[in-house]
Write a protein that binds this ligand. Structure first.
Ligand SMILES: C[S@@+](CC[C@H](N)C(=O)[O-])C[C@H]1O[C@@H](n2cnc3c(N)ncnc32)[C@H](O)[C@@H]1O
Length: 344
């Protein structure tokens, strides 16, 4: 809708004034703070630079979907891409354009657009996008990216990242359990029992150490960014897993790993160098006994991926003897019904 590389090099932010969402984390893309966090994530940003340098050739046109500060567009320009198109729906794109100019990159075309309003009259050789949210699905950017891919990636073109994988570990750390139990332990001599069960029903952002988990990790599935379709993107990820020990587990822990281009990858799990993504903790309502003699089935399902809506998850673990499932959206809706019916 609004190509911004006009004669004055000024970005039109009169349209697409918002990030398209009232959600708090989306609004934050208007703030330098969020972009600083991402730029300070060296694991992430240096891997993208490496992949762009490996993939982009001088004859290539590159589309940076969700350009943010413009860092990936500038990497592409520095890799001598023939053309760079930077797209973002946030008004922050005005800053991205200024940053590109002070760095001497005058050949990046900035579009203040989202996946629906974007109008290009050409296809591109490479689409680069840093679209991944916590545990991959948090930011609802996958479907918009696939829309852009289907419209603008030339036949034989390349996606960066190329492939994403989802992983789940089994949490045995007593400190995690202690933290979940906090409200049950009469803090300050007060009884919080009406809400003390809630932490066991809600996913949470955590940064766990490697020894918080059993060695056995479930690989829940892969997304091949060239071939997945909007309708075939899995909504339920399932894996079988033999636990490495007989013990009790208190939660599941989810994260993703990314292969940006052949040989360029990073992970975001407890065993990887820390990134700003950390991990998501999926607590279990009660400790679950695992045993190498009993194969586990684990499922993880992102429930809501609509822009501006809260991301809910459903998770479950079962073996031949036991089964636990948490559907946090259902539990939250039930809490709202309870309030409406005057139960509180
Ligand atoms: C995770 S940030 C990445 C920013 C930058 N590429 C980087 O690597 O630092 C994602 C960016 O995508 C933008 N974005 C999210 N959904 C979008 C959409 N549907 N259309 C255009 N931009 C979008 C956000 O405003 C945000 O700037």
């Amino acid at each position: 809708m609004s190509k911004t590389n006009d004669g004055n090099n000024s970005v039109d932010i009169s349209a697409n004034e918002t990030d398209g969402s009232a959600g708090r984390h989306r609004m934050s893309y208007r703030d330098v703070a969020m972009h600083k966090v991402m730029l300070q994530d060296l694991v992430r940003t240096e891997a993208y630079e490496k992949a762009i340098n490996a993939v982009v050739k001088p004859e290539h046109s590159v589309l940076d979907f969700g350009c943010g500060s413009g860092v990936l567009s500038m990497f592409a320009a520095r890799a001598k891409a023939g053309k760079v198109i930077a797209v973002d729906r946030s008004p922050f794109i005005k800053n991205a354009q200024e940053i590109a100019l002070v760095n001497g990159f005058e050949n990046i075309d900035f579009y203040h657009d989202d996946h629906e309003s974007l109008q290009l009259d050409e296809k591109v050789d490479v689409i680069v996008s840093e679209w991944m949210g916590h545990c991959l699905f948090y930011e609802a950017m996958l479907e918009p990216l696939l829309t852009v891919r289907d419209r603008y990636l030339a036949k034989g073109g390349t996606m960066i990242p190329a492939q994403l994988s989802l992983h789940v570990g089994l949490v045995v750390d007593e400190d995690v359990l202690e933290d979940l139990c906090f409200l049950q332990e009469l803090p300050y001599g007060l009884d919080f029992s009406p809400i003390a069960h809630v932490p066991f029903q809600q996913s949470d952002l955590v940064a766990l150490s490697p020894d918080s988990l059993l060695d056995s990790v479930a690989d829940l599935g892969e997304l091949d960014m060239l071939t997945i379709t909007k309708t075939e993107t899995p909504r339920v990820f399932t894996a079988k897993l033999i636990p490495s020990e007989k013990t009790d587990i208190f939660a599941l822990c989810g994260w993703f790993s990314a292969q940006l281009s052949p040989g360029v990858q990073f992970g975001t799990g407890p065993n990887d160098i820390p990134t700003h993504w950390d991990q998501i903790l999926f607590p279990l309502p009660q400790p679950f006994s695992v045993d190498p003699a009993r194969e586990l089935t684990i499922t993880l399902s992102p429930q809501t991926e609509q822009v501006g809506k809260e991301q809910f998850w459903c998770w479950s673990i079962s073996d031949s003897e036991n089964s636990l499932t948490v559907n946090e959206q259902q539990l939250q809706q039930q809490a709202i019904v309870d309030v409406a019916q005057g139960k509180l």
